[in-house]
Design a protein around this ligand. Structure first.
Ligand SMILES: *[C@@H]1O[C@H](CO)[C@@H](O)[C@H](O)[C@H]1NC(C)=O
Length: 215
């Protein structure tokens, strides 16, 4: 039986999936290093931020909460750049899948990148550096919960935007290896949120209780 690329016949779907998976070089060095950074980065910033919350070691090291947070922000940002570069290098030598090598797929990729970047940039604009990079662990809290765009369309625009960007580049280049990395990015962000969301909620609840007491 002959299968068109967009056929939804079960046999064709199975064939497509198999051909997509076959076109991933799991043993490639940069692919593995990219996966390492995707896994390592959120673990790193959660461990360091919790440590800061308990011991204030970064505040002391940098000589102030704000400066400590900037130091952490710079470190996280650099780790992010390293991860993105490895992703880029990993994709470069990974094969293109015939199933993904379609203008429709590339256009979907462009849309994902566009939406993703808008989410990331506007979220950073709304939160500022300390709001974006775990300022709450340093005792630097926002006055009010931000509800303006992009927070009216997404609970975690930074993570969703970043995931969408990975997805977009993978689709644009037609490389299934990128989709595997994207899936891992999504998984790691979901795990990170399981730790970050309750913590943030707790810190702000404490602050609100203190405010209420004062009044
Ligand atoms: C979110 O806010 C933007 C800008 O204020 C607005 O244009 C958009 O309609 C809002 N979306 C939702 C779902 O409320």
């Amino acid at each position: 039986m002959s299968c068109k690329w967009n056929s939804i016949e079960p046999a064709c779907l199975k064939g497509s999936l198999a051909s997509v998976l076959q076109s991933i070089e799991f043993d490639q060095k940069w692919f593995k290093i990219a996966l390492f950074f995707v896994g390592f980065n959120p673990v790193f910033w959660n461990v360091v931020a919790r440590l800061e919350y308990r011991t204030h070691f970064l505040t002391r090291l940098a000589g102030g909460a704000k400066r400590g947070c900037y130091l952490l922000a710079f470190t996280i940002f650099s780790l992010g750049v390293a991860r993105d570069l490895c992703f880029e290098w990993a994709l470069r030598s990974q094969p293109v899948s015939a199933v993904l090598d379609q203008e429709l797929v590339r256009n979907a990729g462009r849309v994902c990148i566009g939406v993703g970047q808008v989410l990331v940039v506007t979220s950073m604009y709304q939160l500022g550096v300390t709001g974006t990079y775990l300022g709450d662990y340093f005792g630097i809290l926002m006055d009010h919960i931000v509800t303006a765009f992009p927070f009216n369309v997404s609970n975690n625009p930074m993570y969703q935007g970043s995931t969408l960007s990975f997805l977009g580049y993978s689709l644009l280049q037609g490389k299934p290896a990128g989709l595997v990395i994207t899936l891992f990015v999504h998984t790691m962000y979901s795990v990170a949120l399981k730790f970050e969301e309750p913590f943030t909620a707790k810190i702000y609840a404490q602050r609100d209780a203190q405010r209420a007491k004062k009044e």
